[in-house]
Design a protein around this ligand. Sequence first.
Ligand code: HEC
Ligand code: HEC
Length: 289
Amino acid sequence: MVWRVLLGTFSLVVTMIVLGYVAVTEQDRMASFERAYTSRQIETGAALYESNCASCHGTRGEGGIGPALSTIDLFNGQRLKEIGWQGTLDAFLRGAINAGRPRASAAFANSLQRMPAWGQQYGGPLRPDQVEALVLFIQNWGEQYKDASGRIPSATPTPNPNAAGTDITIELPPGDAARGATLVAACQACHVAGANVLGPAWESAKSADGKNVAQHAAERIKDPGYTGKATTVEQYLFESIVNPNVYITPPGQGATWQPGGPSSMPMNYGETLLKQDMADIIAYLLTIP
Ligand code: HEC
Ligand code: HEC
């Protein structure tokens, strides 16, 4: 009889200890499950990013045709403030990825390419769980900026090293004229469709003096009124795109754009175009008859 009581008490104590141990460690286990789940989602997001987004936003999120997604300004609220977004970063990312970007980042308002809509409910290819994985993947870039208290300090992002910039003497990569031809679609609102109405014509056939843009460029740099830095046709084209006010193309070819300037060209192509874009656009401009 006594040994039964002892055995019962003993097994009760053992059960309590086991239950107590499980109860105490349960939260840890849940947290580590959650961490494992999150890291798997980030991996899924990384693979999706690599195949769908890197071409425009850079393999490390450094930016390119689209804005940088790994720079500090996205995580410390600076960019959302510039865009005028009141909600959370999570909601911003989810919305931008799902629906494309109805409101562009300031520097990308004149971008030659727009952000496509990726969410299935907006006609895109990605399921909601895939969009969530991308949101987590991008948010994960913000972790590196957190200080000990988990806050992200305000700081200015470093400019995209691949952006064309405004120094027209840099060496550009070899250009691909065929790609350049597709990139200039946005320029043609002013330059071709309205031939000599909103901007000078590039084609000899449309230009009143019968010269194409490359021939004009060669003449401009010899013009005594030219105060720019270009010494070659390529540099002049580069300069006209990133520093349009350095030299205002003279009217008088039947054109109606503002005589004497300032230029109505967008002023931020040096930020929004990559070195490769610039090389390709120049290569294309040089092929125009
Ligand atoms: C064809 C090029 C292109 C591709 C591919 C692309 N984007 Fe974009 N993205 C852009 C451009 C351009 C913008 C700038 C704003 C706009 O379009 O209005 C942008 C904006 C964004 C923004 C908002 C950031 C801001 O500052 O405006 C996010 C987030 C984003 N893209 C995520 C993605 C993700 C994730 C993918 C892959 C699923 C992706 N993008 C694929 C071009 C692209
Ligand atoms: C909003 C209208 C507009 C857009 C968009 C635009 N341009 Fe212009 N562009 C002009 C005007 C106006 C001038 C003449 C004034 C000046 O010299 O800046 C000009 C001048 C130029 C010149 C100098 C031409 C010459 O004969 O000296 C080049 C080259 C040029 N643009 C290239 C481009 C390229 C490439 C793009 C697209 C990436 C572009 N432009 C987008 C309006 C525009």
